[in-house]
Every structure is written in structure tokens, then in C-alpha cells.
Design a protein. Sequence first.
Length: 243
Amino acid sequence: MTERAKWPWVAEQRWEDLLFMHWPVPYEALRPHVPEPFELETFNGDAWISIVPFLGNKNRFRGMPGVLPLVSSFLELNVRTYIRYKGEPGVYFFSFDADSNAAVAGARTVFSLPYMKAKMSMRRNRKEKEVVFHSQRIQKDEPSARFFARYRPTSQTSRARVGSLTHWLAERYCLFNIKGDKVLKGPINHSPWELQEAEAEVEMDDLVPFLSKQYLSESPLVHYAKSKKVHYYPFETVGEIQK
């Protein structure tokens, strides 16, 4: 973590079969879609947008011997970019799609995070080392965004070199969000990423409706991660919005 959290971790989750897809986007195209309090970060002049599907598994609260009922395991798909707030790097999420009613309702109500209900599936072919992920958003009053990916790792695992684009994209340890007139920070903690290069076939509609399709038409930078145990910390109020 870049900064020590104020309180002990409160929840644990294991992320499995993650696909990281990253596209460079002109700063001017993305800046209007990121809340004003946040500084949109760039790497070598480009802002970046990422799409990440995965399985969130073995979810539990600290001190509980077993997994959480109703949300012990669910699929998730998020769309994000990279920001700073008061000098601290983090992630800003445009959307989270998930196939858990409880996870969607809890995140939307408690933290004002843009979680949306989706019908999702993940199929693993261990022999071919391939994962097939499908998502169709079914959230009321939201675009019925569709996503499909077939992906597999193509290299050995390695850690990203400090200062590289991959390290800049992957090694981030908090999200920022706005709830009412408050700026919230959600710290997370995990060991450094062990990533593999990957290849992916991807189809999607309306998942990133605020950007021209031309920006996501080129082949993305793609990485795969088999598994990562993550600890979540209580959200902190780190700023206020002057109105």
C-alpha cells in the first residue's frame, strides 16, 4: 500500500482468473468523464482506460471463520481509469457489473459505487489454459452493456518493473469515489502482482458508452493473473467538495 490505512482490514476476497485489458486514450477525450476533484493521470502523454473481468471468491469478513452468505463468490467486470487525489495515486471506476444482487445493492447503497446487475458466466478449460467470460447487463434504467472475452496466458509469471507502464497500471492500492459532497478513499492491500502476458478475443457493446469506439478498436495491452488474495479496509473521508 502507498499509505498506511487508518484501521485494520475488514474483509478478504480472492480474485481469480483476472484479465487486464488496457487502452491508451487521449487526455482530452477522457478528462470530461472524470469528476473534477480528481487529477486524471497520464503515462507518456496518454490517459488509460482498463476493463477487468474476474471471479471474486472466498469472500469473508475479518474474524469470521467462513465465507459470507449470499456473496461468498460472484463474477465482476469493471471499467476504470487512473487518477490522483491530493498527490496519492489510485483508481477511478466508471462501472462495476456483478452477478450478485447483494453485492450490487450493498455497494450502491453504502458507498455510492456504480455497481450494476448483470447476467454473467465464466467457463474454464484447464487443459487449454483458457477462460471464457460473458456478461450481459440487466440493471434497470441502464444500458444493456454486453461483454464477451476468451483469454489465456502466453508467458511465465513475472513482476512488473518499477517505472514501467505495466507497474503504473497494476500496482495501485486504493480507489477514490464521490458520495454526496464527500471524497471517499477505499484502501486495499495485496502482494505485488505476478502477471503473465496473455492473448484475448473480445467483443463488447455499450460498456464504455461515453467514449468513441475508435479508442477501443486497437489491440489492448493484455495481462492475466491466476489468483490474488486481497484485503479491504474501511472507506475513509479524505476530502469535501465545495459547492
